[in-house]
Design a protein around this ligand. Sequence first.
Ligand code: ADP
Ligand code: MG
Length: 333
Amino acid sequence: RESKGKLPKYPGLERYTLLEKMGDGAFSNVYRAKDNTGQWDEVAIKVVRKFEMNSTQPNVLHPDFAKQKPQKGVERANILKEVQIMRQLDHPNIVSLVDFSESKQYYFIVLELCPGGELFHQIVRLTYFSEDLSRHVIIQVAKALEYLHEQAGVVHRDIKPENLLFYPTPFIPTRNPKPKGPEDEDKADEGEFVPGVGSGGIGKIKIADFGLSKVIWDSQTMTPCGTVGYTAPEIVKDERYSKSVDMWALGCVLYTLLCGFPPFYDESIQVLTEKVARGQYTFLSPWWDDISKSAQDLVSHLLTVDPDKRYDITQFLNHPWIRQSNEPTNAAA
Ligand code: ADP
Ligand code: MG
């Protein structure tokens, strides 16, 4: 690969050899890398800089503005939260955490590698997805959300095509990325073949990027976080609203998969914000002309402004458009 010569070397990350840059954001660079010890197959490493040079101003929107120290502590808490949440998670449609370490300047989040990269690029490549391929993708995202919302007590809060990664078909992992015990250590994952639905070549989908995610209830005690017994209604509602944020985003993703452009867009951020607040979108002709009424019905139940009326994950999974799937019910598992 052409980028090979330009890859940095991070002190403290000697265990891995960086092979290729896969993504970069404001605070992080993500690389495909090889584990020199051979314990893991190829992995993805999210390298996060601990201190941003020009982000040391205190956040004026924060209630404790006056008391704030430089960003240092804030960033540290955030990244540790991301890792702490990922540690608790174990689901086939969620990127698994392999390892975590840090140096003086960086955090290194070692992740299961999704060789296909972002779903986003596939939407660009294919222009839009067939209904079958869209269903194949969105069911897997929904399974992950069902697990997060109903079992793990976590809301993701940043569901979008850039944070949805995939394995190309046929899906043939060479090694189980997360051995559960010594007896699994050498048990190669058999892999599985997810039938190519349409021509997408998209197999298993995984949710990534828990940088904005939040724990809403304690999965051990099944109670809202940080409360002991006398939970106020607004706290309970808060929990439900935060889940519904993911459902709205799921609707935006489904809309985008089906037609190739997002439901809400405007050059002006003010106008865009206003459109979202009003839930002002349309099934634009001619792009939506050949998309089934059932798919449109499902989208409209997600892009519902009132969070109490918006579909939750169970209603989503029970909608006829989802249930007409002709893939085996465990295709996403
Ligand atoms: P950020 O918080 O900067 O958005 P992400 O965790 O979303 O960080 O990672 C940024 C990008 O890096 C992703 O959009 C994707 O392109 C790539 N990436 C992240 N994790 C993986 C992974 N496990 N496998 C493959 N690519 C990844
Ligand atoms: Mg991201």
